[in-house]
Every structure is written in structure tokens, then in C-alpha cells.
Write a protein that binds this ligand. Structure first.
Ligand code: MF3
Ligand code: CO
Length: 258
């Protein structure tokens, strides 16, 4: 079943989503060639706990970390570890927090130093596709309209949409109904209603849409080893204009300073 949120609940989700945005900005400060991904995870966990919140992914289905850190051909659910970031990598960092009983869940793909032009374009257009999806997500539209907006935009660049993982409702649970695919047909799927809170999170591949799971049991990567990008916002469904509860503002202030 779909849980519709009151304005008070939406405020609490906003607070959690905001903390995720600030945590990702703390992580952004440290992104450079040579840093290990476990270091980023440690910094994120400490930052979240300093605000009286709990890392939202830790313990979820046995997951052991605060962040999912996915490099280059890794799509999502990459495990923090000893691996160091290298100049030219792209790194997707997904973070969740639980605060006042409500989750926030947001992700951003970062460049490590200077990345190849075609990869930079993939990142930029994946982020743009997220906003295409958000823009259409208003009362009266359907979940399929979100997927269609994202899919038609990215396929115009001959990128592909990952099918095996989807966005989701968000609230007292990290994952709630409805599922929010990043592909779809206009006018199909559940109707968007006031009080729905969704995590919209396009995962877009430069090559094939097909993905496989690595032997660690978590990491999802492209089957052709071409790069993938991932951005995620939490939004509240409203009449007229979608409200974005999470933020990239703090992250982008750090990126712009670098
Ligand atoms: N951020 C993922 C999502 O948006 C969830 C991470 S799965 C976990 O659905 F196990 F790592 F928590
Ligand atoms: Co999510």
C-alpha cells in the first residue's frame, strides 16, 4: 500500500533529506585522486551521527556501510573499501539517513579530477533527466509519466536506462510503494496524488542497459563495462509544481570551489 504523508511528515522527510545533502557535501570536500572509499564512508557516518541521526542504509538487508560508492562501470550499491579513487574516475555516491523516524535518500555522481568529455556529458545529462522526471511528477500524472520523461530524454542521446533497479516511495521506510521505474509509457501506472513522497533516481548507462551483480553480492555494474551515472532526489507530490525535499546546493557549492 501507498502511504500518503501529512505536511508535518513531509517536513520531517525534508529534514532527513537535507542532512543527506549536507553529508554528501562533506564527502565532496574529500573527493580527489588517492582517497580510499572507506575513508569517505567513515566521514559520512561520523557526520550523520553528529546530527543525532542514523545512517539509513546500515543494517538494511545486512548492508554494512553508510554510503554506496560506485565507480565508473559500477551502477549502484558499490561497497566502500580500500580501493582508491583515480584521476578521471566518476563516482556515484548514494546516502541515506534516518532521523525522527523518517528517511532521506539522495545520490550524486562526482568527477574525480578531470574526466573525459563523453563521460562528463553522461553525468550532466543524467542529472538533467532527473529534473525532467521531477518536473512531470505532479498531481494527476502517473508514475509511468515520470519514467517516460526520463527515458525519452536520455535515449535521445543514445544512452540506456537501467531496468533492474527503480526509484521508490519514501517515509518511515527506506523503500515504500510505489516503485518508480526510470522508463515507461505515458499515462500508465499508479496515479500521483498529493502527499506522495518519492525517491526519483535515474541510473543511466552510456552503453547497454544490461547490468550484472559482482561477486561481492552487492555491487551492480554494466555488463559492457561502459560508465554509468546516478542522481537521486526526494520529492513531494503537489498540485502545480513538484517540491524537491533533498538538495544538491551544498554539494555544488563545494564542487564549484574546487
Ligand atoms: N539508495 C538505495 C536506494 O535508493 C538503497 C541502498 S541499498 C542499501 O534504493 F542496502 F545499501 F541500503
Ligand atoms: Co533510493
Amino acid at each position: 500500500m501507498i502511504y500518503y504523508k501529512t505536511e508535518e511528515e513531509i517536513e520531517l522527510i525534508r529534514e532527513s533529506s537535507l542532512l543527506v545533502g549536507k553529508t554528501l557535501a562533506e564527502v565532496a570536500k574529500l573527493i580527489r585522486p588517492g582517497i580510499s572509499t572507506i575513508t569517505l564512508d567513515k566521514v559520512a557516518e561520523e557526520y550523520i551521527r553528529d546530527f543525532g541521526a542514523i545512517p539509513g542504509f546500515k543494517g538494511y538487508k545486512g548492508y554494512k556501510y553508510t554510503l554506496c560508492i560506485s565507480i565508473n562501470e559500477q551502477v549502484v550499491h558499490g561497497l566502500p573499501g580500500k580501493r582508491k579513487l583515480l584521476e578521471g574516475d566518476i563516482v556515484s555516491i548514494d546516502c541515506g539517513v534516518l532521523k525522527n523516524d523518517y528517511y532521506g535518500d539522495s545520490a550524486y555522481t562526482f568527477a574525480v579530477g578531470k574526466v573525459k568529455e563523453d563521460v562528463r556529458m553522461l553525468m550532466e545529462r543524467t542529472k538533467a533527466s532527473l529534473y525532467k522526471g521531477i518536473e512531470i511528477a505532479v498531481v494527476g500524472k502517473r508514475v509511468g509519466d515520470i519514467g517516460h520523461a526520463i527515458q525519452s530524454f536520455v535515449e535521445s542521446f543514445r544512452y540506456s536506462v537501467v531496468r533492474d533497479l527503480v526509484g521508490h516511495g519514501l517515509g518511515k521506510n527506506l523503500h515504500e510503494k510505489p516503485e518508480v521505474p526510470n522508463y515507461g509509457k505515458r499515462g500508465t501506472g499508479p496515479k500521483l496524488k498529493k502527499g506522495m513522497v518519492l525517491a526519483i533516481e535515474p541510473m543511466i548507462n552510456m552503453g547497454t542497459k544490461n547490468v550484472i551483480q559482482e561477486k561481492d553480492g552487492w555491487t551492480i555494474r554494466t555488463s559492457d563495462m561502459k560508465p554509468s551515472a546516478h542522481y537521486e532526489h526526494n520529492v513531494a507530490i503537489r498540485h502545480g509544481e513538484t517540491e524537491i525535499l533533498s538538495t544538491f546546493k551544498f554539494i555544488e557549492e563545494i564542487i564549484d570551489k574546487k
